[in-house]
Design a binder for this molecule. Structure first.
Ligand SMILES: NC(=O)c1ccc[n+]([C@@H]2O[C@H](COP(=O)([O-])OP(=O)(O)OC[C@H]3O[C@@H](n4cnc5c(N)ncnc54)[C@H](O)[C@@H]3O)[C@@H](O)[C@H]2O)c1
Length: 346
């Protein structure tokens, strides 16, 4: 990497942070950064490394975020993924170059601020470390690495480069999840003592001795179920932490079906409705009206501009990696493994 590149990169990023510090008082002509007409002075120049399914999700989300300019796309699958993404960027008038070799991209692109990495997990360490060494801030998709050794190298690289690394655990920036974590679990302690947590990709359950939270990124799932033995939650309803429970749709459907059957005794059908009533479902009052990954990417770009702290810095990404990857160890060893607190720090 040339010293000119380092200087240029530092100048741009220092400028982004200093304009954040100064407020909106500084305006430079768009040509200062050689960008297309219409771009703003604190635009962030990014490259997409890995333009597959998730790379396209990140790209589509970034297209909704003002002030993000794609300057480069790197993907080894030129015939399909790279072509598809490049075509889309042209449509949105992001002037960019395409690459197959990420190192060539880092050598040639002199005007980048950040790289979004969405290659397969086993590439994350190599790609992230190289981008950080090139003086760039990095958003790397989860899982941060497929090995703990790789994850540790990433933590080390952040320390050495002094750059930002956001790991793509997007729920950490989702206002519904933040509300549940900060308000319902930590502050109101609505779940009591949490005994079981289950996450399988599309939704998560947190079961405690006083309540259970079921939550998903999808707006259709998000409720807290109160155990009959738990203290009343009226004060939390009044405080706006949860909404009054509604009659559950499945229960309502069963009741309606039972009534309908009663009206038609000639069918001879017998409906047995002796089922334990589900506990009341208190709905979440917080809505998330953006694309799933948008708040997390916005948080990353705000951090580059010096306006926010990362919601998933590398230290938190590492803790998650330990939790996930130790499970693999336990499966391989076919025995239970206990976590020790010291293991969560790289
Ligand atoms: N945050 C989420 O909710 C979420 C969801 C899905 C996937 N992911 C993560 O996103 C990452 C990508 O997953 P995906 O489903 O998009 O996979 P994918 O296979 O669809 O895409 C990977 C892309 O990387 C390209 N690639 C592979 N090696 C490369 C290299 N050395 N240089 C340049 N390009 C290379 C491939 O050609 C492909 O286009 C994974 O880490 C995955 O875990 C995250």
């Amino acid at each position: 990497m040339s010293s000119q590149k380092v200087k240029k990169g530092i100048d741009r990023r220092e400028f982004l942070r200093s304009t954040a510090a100064l407020g909106a008082g500084v305006v430079l002509a768009p040509k200062s950064f050689g960008q297309a007409a219409g771009s703003g002075p604190d635009d962030i120049n990014v490259a997409l490394l890995g333009a597959g399914a998730q790379g396209q999700v990140l790209l589509n989300t970034c297209l909704k975020i003002p002030g993000v300019r794609f300057k480069a796309v790197c993907d080894i699958w030129t015939a399909y993924n790279q072509k598809r993404v490049s075509r889309l960027l042209k449509k949105y008038r992001h002037e960019h170059n395409t690459y197959v070799d990420y190192q060539e991209m880092l050598d040639k692109e002199k005007d980048l601020d950040a790289v979004l990495i969405a290659t397969p997990d086993f590439w994350h360490t190599e790609h992230t470390v190289a981008c950080l060494k090139a003086g760039l801030d990095v958003y790397c998709e989860k899982e941060m690495s497929n090995t703990l050794e790789g994850a540790r190298k990433m933590v080390q690289a952040v320390k050495e480069a002094g750059k930002l690394l956001q790991i793509g655990h997007q729920r950490r920036s989702n206002p519904r999840y933040i509300h549940c974590c900060e308000k319902l679990i930590k502050e109101a302690k609505l779940l009591g003592r949490i005994t079981t947590i289950n996450g399988q990709g599309y939704f998560e359950t947190f079961m405690g001795d006083e309540g259970t939270l079921v939550i998903s990124e999808s707006a259709g799932r998000g409720a807290v179920y109160r155990e009959p033995s738990a203290p009343e939650w009226d004060k939390w309803v009044k405080a706006g932490y949860v909404n009054e429970p509604a009659l559950q749709p499945r229960l309502a459907t069963r009741v309606a079906a039972a009534r309908k059957k009663e009206e038609k005794p000639e069918t001879g059908a017998v409906l047995d409705v002796r089922e334990t009533m589900a506990p009341p479902a208190y709905e979440l009052p917080v809505k998330m009206e953006k694309l799933y990954h948008q708040p997390h990417l916005e948080n990353f770009f705000d951090a580059i501009r010096g306006k926010a702290k990362l919601n998933c810095p590398v230290e938190i990404g590492y803790k998650t990696a330990v939790t996930i990857l130790k499970v693999n160890e336990a499966v391989e060893a076919a025995r239970r493994l206990d976590f020790k607190p010291g293991e969560f720090t790289a």
